[in-house]
Design a protein around this ligand. Sequence first.
Ligand code: NAD
Ligand code: ZN
Length: 373
Amino acid sequence: MNRDFEVKEVPEIINASYRNFPLVAKVVFGKNSFDQLGEILMPNRKHADAPFIFLVDDVFEGTDLVKRIPLIFNDLVIFVSADEEPKTNQVDVLVERILEDFNELPSGIVGIGGGTLLDLSKAVSIVLTNKGGAANYQGWDLVQKASIYHVGIPTISGTGAEVSRTAVLLGPDRKLGINSDYTTFNQIILDPNLTQGVSKEQWFYTGMDCFIHCIESLNGTYLNAFSQSYGKNALELCKEVYLGDLTPSESRDKLMMASWHGGMSIAYSQVGVAHAMSYGLSFLLGVKHGIGNCLVFQHLAEFYPEGVVLFNRMKERHGIVLPKGICANLSDSDYDTMIVVAMGMEPLWENAIGKNWRDSITPEKLRSIYEKI
Ligand code: NAD
Ligand code: ZN
């Protein structure tokens, strides 16, 4: 008998409740690593007729970055606006266009931009091989067939969309992610130089998404050593970036890694109050994720006292003035819509407050917070 193959230990109980989630298969990190894209894609080209489709944030249209995209054969660049968060029908239109323009499936999809473009690229790569529209796959583990090869190249740091197994989409009746093992990128390229040029406000809002992921994960009831190890790291990096004295280049490097760790931290736990309520703002008013989280988080001292103190210091240090009166003219039914969306995020509340969250999180409570925004 070959001893090498003897099974030494069989776990007594195989606990199927622990999630077995995929990681990004390949990662490159470094300044100007974007220029390796051509050689990274080459072995993944099926043949000359199967193009790579580059979905690129239209903020880069006409810039040097586009000239650096390694186009060959019939590769195609499609510019997409990130002014609004990605929608299921937008994914469907892109998929239709790609299927019409080419005789066969592309070799892969490359998303270049922030969370909006990354999520869009993940979703397009799934719907290309799975029948019906993107809305059919919003939820957990509804995707049947493997997606096509997809690459994520973030140009702004904070969401963690580069590491997560979800692609958040606004659908006809809900904002929900396509959560599946096929969503996660096959390859990401982390080039901190690509984040040059982000406005100070956007840098703050998207970076605070990461900070809030850390606070919500580290203060949640779902906390465990896995999430804590990543969350602590990300939080330290956020403090260095927003309160320390780093050079711009160090700051870009560290925020990119904070985003990665923040994303990993919530993989095995959950986000909390700010995210639940921000989903309500986003659904009703189209308020974007980063700024929406900030608008809510500033009023959450009773849930996250230390986090809110730190948040205010960071905000002041960078002279960020958050808009006011966002909910000033809303009707009762508008408030109800936001409250229903927010309270529907059950796992987030359970993580934030515990199993009995409904005892303290009432519609009146949420309305009183929304009224301050
Ligand atoms: P974004 O992609 O919406 O972009 C924000 C703005 O920054 C846009 O105007 C964009 O054009 C601009 N921009 C991006 N890179 C730039 C650059 N280098 N220079 C100049 N401008 C640049 O921003 P985001 O905050 O990264 O993403 C938000 C989206 O991410 C939301 O749709 C949210 O739902 C999603 N999200 C997803 C996950 C996930 O795990 N999948 C997690 C959190 C958030
Ligand atoms: Zn977030």
